[in-house]
Design a binder for this molecule. Structure first.
Ligand code: FAD
Length: 467
């Protein structure tokens, strides 16, 4: 009987334990992607980008004589229909760790097993399963540094090569057409702009890793903090859809470290931040939607407001903040330094609830990841594990002096600051909704809040909460 491979966030051929094992069985394989309600509900940019990833993966499968079958509906219904049509007797998948996926997958597994269908889940999205890493006294790590120390010398299995061949079923079941799913519908004008900056599919992801290891990893420890420098791997975009596996990145980083590359350890440490975010999300699922530290529930966070709308539009008049937001609309991504600054500005200077920022990033980032996004926002606002203390408020004005001393990043993304704005600065105006009515010819806005005032108000609210 054939075997259904339920693809989700593992759109790759290499470093895929499920695919390697499935190819080894020699059985006919039916790769399947389900547009289920969870996937339907993705934000505009990640949904659009996922659609492109599905297209690229389908092509890669075709080169191995296989196909990617596309079906729409709740996961269990689709799987049961396909089992009935094909006589498949097992369904395999790689595990995911966010609340919605865990609830769905647990239900699917139980229902299939009750029908006598083999249901098997594999590890592949992380370096280690969250239950495999424990502190000396048991329990999970709440602080990053000891987590890193526990992992850095552990053996990470080498990434698996791509299978050479996948056995096809005698007849292929019917498939939806990807175009008919309209995965990019909500992206509107942004798609044409962001399309110029993304790297879709496994082949591009592997090239990106090679390029980073050849040219950037040595200087990474310093360059990674400078948003005007192309000094990071850019792989978050591919990792989130599983177009590259974490073991592939780990092993390249490890080889670079042992080859004497100076920045390699810092790079491995960043990859372990992703791991930390996932382990936290597994052990404390509320991290994605509620203050990780419940004492923050009493903080007078503001809801949506005019000020928050200026933040969303990249029109706060605070250049480092606006450059970050505009980078997101133009490239689909935002430099980590800018993410920290825009998040600190929203949650502290504007005292707006971090949930508003988290939701907006989930709408706009092509590298949106449920675990890293939640950890990042809660870290920036002070409500999360191992957070920046609330009273350490990033000052965007002094941050620019340190991290964008020549104003290259600000000029790259803010047209109003240059006499001859470049293509990225101008394409911001083409990427955002027309209804925002933004115009590069208008003067750059005055600062929305006085930084010293904003800081004082936030600190006063913080000490009131603590008294
Ligand atoms: P590199 O510097 O090349 O790092 C390599 C890999 O390590 C990354 O691809 C990523 O998987 C991981 N990594 C690096 N920094 C972090 C970090 N701080 N936290 C977790 N993992 C990290 N990352 C996402 O992938 N998706 C998100 O939705 C996301 N939202 C964020 C929101 C906020 C408020 C903040 C402060 C950070 C967020 N991050 C998120 C983390 C980080 O900004 C990105 O992972 C990083 O900028 C990706 O760029 P890169 O691939 O070039 O990273």
């Amino acid at each position: 009987a054939s075997l259904i491979l339920w693809l989700r966030r593992d759109l790759r051929l290499t470093d895929s334990p499920m695919l390697t094992e499935a190819a080894r069985t020699g059985r006919p394989l039916i790769p399947l992607f389900i547009l289920d309600p969870e996937t339907e509900g993705l934000g505009a940019a990640p949904k659009w980008r996922l659609g492109l990833g599905i297209g690229a993966f389908a092509e890669a499968l075709e080169a191995l004589g296989a196909r990617l079958i596309l079906r729409r509906g709740t996961a269990l219904d689709v799987l049961q229909d396909l089992i009935a049509e094909t006589g498949a007797d097992a369904v395999w998948w790689h595990r995911l760790y966010d609340r919605a996926a865990v609830a769905r997958d647990t239900g699917v597994k139980a229902a299939l097993k009750a029908q006598g269908i083999g249901a098997r889940s594999f590890a592949g999205h992380l370096l280690f399963e969250p239950w495999e890493v424990e502190t000396g006294s048991g329990g999970f790590y709440r602080v990053y540094t000891p987590f890193w120390k526990a992992l850095r010398d552990r053996h990470v299995p080498a990434p698996l090569p791509a299978p050479k061949r996948l056995t096809a079923p005698a007849t292929w079941p019917a498939s939806d057409s990807l175009d008919a799913w309209h995965m990019g519908a909500a992206m509107q004008r942004g798609a044409a702009v962001v399309a110029r900056h993304i790297h879709v599919g496994e082949a591009k992801a592997l090239d990106r890793l090679d390029r980073f290891i050849d040219r950037c990893v040595d200087a990474y420890a310093d360059a990674r903090d400078l948003p005007a420098v192309d000094g990071t791997s850019g792989l978050s975009e591919n990792l989130t859809y599983g177009e590259i596996g974490p073991r592939t990145i780990w092993s390249a980083g490890w080889r670079a470290l042992h080859g004497g590359a100076k920045g390699a350890e810092t790079f491995l440490k960043e990859l372990v931040w992703r791991e930390f975010a996932y382990h936290l999300m597994h052990h404390t699922p509320h991290i994605t939607h509620a203050n990780w530290k419940p004492e923050w529930d009493a903080f007078p966070w503001q809801g949506d407001s005019k000020a928050a709308e200026y933040w969303r539009r990249g029109m706060t008049g605070e250049p480092f903040v606006d450059a970050g937001m505009r980078e997101m609309y133009v490239t689909g991504r935002m430099h980590n330094r800018a993410r920290m600054i825009v998040a600190s500005y929203l949650t502290k200077h504007l005292m707006t609830h971090w949930k508003l920022g988290l939701d907006w990033f989930a709408e706009c980032l092509v590298d949106w990841d449920p675990a890293s996004n939640a950890m990042g926002w809660q870290w920036a606002s002070g409500s999360g594990p191992d957070s920046a203390p609330f009273f350490r408020i990033f000052n965007p004005a002094t941050q620019v002096e340190k991290f964008d001393p020549k104003a290259e990043y600000r000029h790259r993304f803010i047209a109003e600051l240059s006499r001859n704005p470049g293509p990225d600065a101008l394409s911001f105006f083409d990427a955002v909704p027309k209804s925002w009515a933004l115009d590069p010819a208008r003067p750059y806005p005055k600062p929305l809040v006085d930084l010293a005032e904003g800081r004082k108000t936030a600190l006063a609210a913080y000490s009131a909460r603590n008294s």
